[in-house]
Design a protein around this ligand. Structure first.
Ligand SMILES: [Zn+2]
Length: 281
């Protein structure tokens, strides 16, 4: 993209033009520089309303920030939260394998029907069906401007298949973002995660300053801790995660497209780090 005329480099003094609070926080905390363009016939600096446009503006200096994102992270690193923020702010689909499967079954696509038959028999959905579903989605209009893959690929074989899909559909190489948090912090976070028996709301004891004895903040129901979130189980889940994703990480590391982001801090701080990582990629 060629810099347009009327573009002014901007520092913190112009941050007021970033209309979305999230956009402001991202720019503040990531240290990214941004700029504004005077649109033709409009004497005022164009206010930037969404982070999407922040990146559009940043694009003048970033030379093509990639919105083809593969997101990695152990349970409890806040990967789902980041995926949601990025999907919403940049208007790109958040693709998680569970959702893809549910949607295909709901829409009764040929692959969805195949998957349903297997699942009804209590069988696992094999790789080729899952890869086929992801391929259909990546090739659709919804993914034209980018996407966030969450929870896929999980194996080196899936990663290789995904490379094939990207080549076949002429999709630009993805940025692979790996969010990492100290194991002790993950255990601390997850072991304070409580679920409401009544409404299913999830709260975090540390963030919301509550204990298991307190009632649900939404409905007053009784809180409990899932077996999955007990400290010993979390430790085991993390070991399984690291063992199974190590080959996938190695796959992307060898291609030089894996970026590791520190997942400690506020949601905005982490989003800022993710954007900075996308910029370098
Ligand atoms: Zn509740």
């Amino acid at each position: 993209m060629e810099p347009r005329t009327g573009v002014q480099w901007s520092g913190p003094q112009n941050r007021k033009y970033l209309a979305s609070p999230l956009a402001r926080r991202i720019v503040d905390q990531s240290g990214l520089r941004f700029n504004f363009a005077k649109s033709r016939g409009n004497p005022d600096w164009r206010p930037v309303v969404r982070s999407e446009q922040v990146v559009y503006q940043l694009g003048l200096t970033l030379k093509g920030i990639s919105m083809n994102i593969i997101l990695f992270g152990a349970p409890g690193v806040g990967k789902g939260t980041q995926a949601k923020v990025l999907a919403q702010e940049f208007s790109i689909p958040h693709i998680s394998t569970g959702d893809v499967l549910r949607e295909a079954i709901k829409n009764q696509t040929p692959l969805g029907l195949q998957a349903k038959t297997l699942m009804d028999r209590g069988m696992l959905v094999p790789d080729d069906i899952m890869i086929g579903l992801i391929r259909d989605l990546l090739g659709s209009d919804r993914c034209k401007t980018g996407f966030i893959l969450d929870g896929f690929p999980r194996t080196a074989a899936q990663a290789a298949a995904l490379d094939g899909i990207f080549a076949e559909l002429h999709i630009a190489a993805p940025s692979v973002i790996n969010i990492e948090v100290e194991e002790t912090e993950i255990i601390n976070r997850l072991s304070q995660r409580y679920v409401c028996k009544n409404c299913g709301a999830i709260t975090n004891g540390e963030v919301d300053h509550i204990t298991l004895k307190d009632p649900c903040q939404k409905c007053g129901g009784v809180l409990y801790q899932r077996d999955d979130d007990k400290a010993e189980t979390v430790k085991k889940r993390l070991d399984v995660y690291h063992d199974s994703t190590a080959p996938v990480k190695a796959h992307y590391e060898s291609k030089g497209i894996l970026r590791t982001v520190n997942g400690s801090g506020t949601v905005e701080e982490i989003t800022g780090r993710v954007l900075t990582a996308l910029k370098r990629a």
